[in-house]
Design a protein around this ligand. Structure first.
Ligand code: 5AD
Ligand code: SF4
Length: 466
C-alpha cells in the first residue's frame, strides 16, 4: 500500500489555509453546493470534499440557486447517471453567464474516463474544474487554480495511492461511512469500476480503527465499512494485513459503536470466517448485501463473476444456517448482452428460491471499454424491459410478504431523522436495514430505540415506540 506522502498532503493544507484567509476577508461567506451520484463510496468522497470546503471557509448550501461553487460528484456505473449529469451541466451554462464568478466543478468516476473528460473540455466550456477519483485529495490546489481563472483538468491515474487524514464532513443523522479499501480487481465484464477506481488497495487497520474511534467519540452509534469488495480487504497488504473478518472483530471492540454494517461483498470471497464473525458478534447487523447479478450459469460465466448459481445458493444456505433471520439483499442485472428469456427465467427462479428481502435490479447499460460492450445483443430493448418488469413483479411480491411477516414484531431502530413525507413522523432503520416510520419527537434522532411494527408497505414499515 502506498500512502500519499505527508509533504504532498501538507501542500494541500497550505492551499486550504490560503483559500480560508481569502474567504475570511469577504463579508458574506461563499456558499458551496455538492451533489452526489452513485454509491456510498461516492457519498463518502463527497463528505471529504465538504470537509475540505468547510476548512476553506465555505458554507454548505442545499441548492444551486444561491451557490458560488457547484460540484457534481459523478457515477459511471450506468449511462442514465451520466446523462443526468450532462443535463445538469448544460443547465448551468445560463447560470454562469448571469453570474460569471460562479465556479463549476465535476469530479468522480465519470471524469476518470478519458472520452468523458474530453467531452466536457470541448462542449462544456463553462465548467472550471474536472477531476477524477484519484485527484480528490488535490481538490484544494485545483480549486485555488480555478479561483484564479485557470481551467483545470486533473484526470491522471495515480493508481494505488491512499490519501489519509482528509477531514470528513459527515451527514450526522445517519451512521458514519468509513472506507476500508478502494478500487476493484474483479473485472466483471459489464463493469466500469475497475477502470475508474483502479486496483484494490486497503487502508491500514490502524488508520481504520483510529477513524472508528474518532466517529464513536463524536457520538455515532452506527458505522458502515465500505469497499467495492470488502471481503478481499487486506489481501494487498501481505504480512502486514489482517482479513476483513479480523478487522470486523477489532472494530467490534470499539466502545460506543453499537451497530456495524458493511458493503459490498462479492460471493466468490465470502469466507466461513466472515459468516462466523457475523453470527457471533452482536454488534454486526444481521444483514448481508450479496450481489448475485444473474441466476443463470451461462450468464454468470460471461459476466466473469467466478461463481455458479449452485455455489451462490450454497453460501445462502450456510449463512442462513448460522443466522436464520438474516436480512438478505442483492443486485440483479437484466438485459446483459448474451442473456436470453430463459436465462431471465432462471434468475426469477433464483429470486423465488432465495426470497431476498430486497433486490436492486438494473437494466444492463453498455460501458465503453468493458468486455461486455462488444458482445452482441441477444434480445431487443423491448424484450429486456419486459423481462425487467416481470422480474420486478415477482420480487415486489416477495419483498411485501417478507415485510408483512414483520408486523407485530419489535425491532431495534436507529432513528435517522424526521420522515421526508410527514414531519410528525421520524424515520429510522432496523438492524436489517429496513426503513421504519413512526410518530415521535425530534430529540430521538441518533438514538437506538425499540419499535413495534404495526403496518407494512412494499418498501417501508410503519411502527410505534414501545
Ligand atoms: N449496467 C447495469 N448495471 C450495472 N451494475 C454494474 N455495472 C452495470 C452496468 N454496466 C450494477 C451491478 C452492481 C451494481 C452496483 O450496479 O448490479 O452490483
Ligand atoms: Fe464492478 Fe464486479 Fe468490481 Fe463489483 S466486483 S465493482 S461489479 S467489477
Amino acid at each position: 500500500m502506498k500512502e500519499v506522502s505527508r509533504e504532498r498532503l501538507l501542500k494541500q493544507q497550505d492551499f486550504i489555509q490560503k483559500i480560508k484567509i481569502e474567504n475570511d476577508r469577504i463579508d458574506t461567506p461563499l456558499k458551496a453546493f455538492v451533489e452526489t451520484y452513485g454509491c456510498a463510496q461516492n457519498e463518502n468522497d463527497s463528505e471529504r470534499i465538504r470537509g475540505m470546503l468547510i476548512d476553506m471557509g465555505y458554507v454548505l448550501c442545499e441548492s444551486i440557486d444561491s451557490a458560488d461553487l457547484v460540484i457534481y460528484n459523478t457515477c459511471a456505473v450506468r449511462e442514465n447517471a451520466e446523462v443526468k449529469v450532462f443535463g445538469k451541466l448544460g443547465a448551468l451554462k445560463n447560470k454562469k453567464a448571469a453570474k460569471p464568478s460562479l465556479i463549476i466543478g465535476v469530479c468522480g468516476c465519470m471524469m476518470q474516463q478519458e472520452h468523458i473528460a474530453e467531452n466536457v473540455r470541448k462542449k462544456y466550456r463553462h465548467v472550471d474544474m474536472v477531476f477524477g477519483t484519484h485527484a480528490l485529495y488535490k481538490f484544494p490546489e485545483i480549486l485555488d487554480k480555478a479561483r484564479r481563472g485557470t481551467r483545470v483538468f486533473s484526470t491522471e491515474n495515480s493508481d494505488g495511492e491512499i490519501a489519509e487524514g482528509i477531514r470528513i464532513s459527515r451527514d450526522n443523522s445517519k451512521g458514519a461511512k468509513i472506507s476500508v479499501m478502494y478500487g476493484c480487481n474483479n473485472f466483471c465484464s459489464y463493469c466500469i469500476v475497475p477502470y475508474v477506481r483502479g486496483r484494490e488497495r486497503s487502508r491500514s487497520a490502524e488508520n481504520i480503527l483510529a477513524e472508528v474511534r474518532d466517529v464513536s467519540k463524536n457520538g455515532y452509534k452506527e458505522i458502515t465499512l465500505l469497499g467495492q469488495n470488502v471481503n478481499s480487504y487486506g489481501k494487498d497488504l501481505g504480512d502486514a494485513g489482517i482479513t476483513f473478518a479480523q478487522l470486523l472483530r477489532e472494530v467490534c471492540k470499539v466502545d460506543g459503536i453499537e451497530r456495524i454494517r458493511f458493503l459490498t461483498s462479492h460471493p466468490k470471497d465470502i469466507s466461513d470466517e466472515l459468516i462466523e464473525v457475523m453470527a457471533t458478534e452482536p454488534k454486526i447487523c444481521k444483514q448481508l448485501h450479496l450481489p448475485v447479478q444473474s441466476g443463470s450459469d451461462e450468464v454468470l460465466d460471461k459476466m466473469n463473476r467466478k461463481y455458479t448459481r449452485g455455489a451462490y445458493l450454497d453460501i445462502v444456505r450456510r449463512v442462513r444456517e448460522r443466522m436464520p433471520d438474516i436480512v438478505l439483499t442483492t443486485d440483479i442485472i437484466v438485459g446483459f448482452p448474451t442473456e436470453t428469456n430463459e436465462d431471465v427465467d432462471k434468475t426469477i427462479s433464483l429470486l423465488e428460491e432465495v426470497e431476498f428481502d430486497m433486490v436492486y435490479s438494473f437494466i444492463y447499460s453498455k460501458r465503453q471499454g468493458t468486455p461486455a460492450a462488444t458482445m452482441p445483443d441477444c434480445l431487443t430493448e423491448e424484450d429486456k424491459h419486459r423481462n425487467f418488469d416481470r422480474l420486478t413483479r415477482v420480487q415486489n411480491e416477495i419483498s411485501r410478504r417478507k415485510n408483512e411477516a414483520m408486523v407485530g414484531k419489535s425491532e431495534r431502530v436507529l432513528v435517522e431523522g424526521v420522515s421526508r413525507t410527514n414531519d410528525q413522523f421520524l424515520s429510522g432503520r432496523t438492524e436489517g436495514g429496513k426503513i421504519v416510520n413512526f410518530p415521535g419527537p425530534e430529540e430521538m434522532v441518533g438514538k437506538i430505540i425499540d419499535i413495534k411494527i404495526t403496518e407494512c408497505k412494499t418498501w417501508s414499515l410503519t411502527g410505534e415506540i414501545i
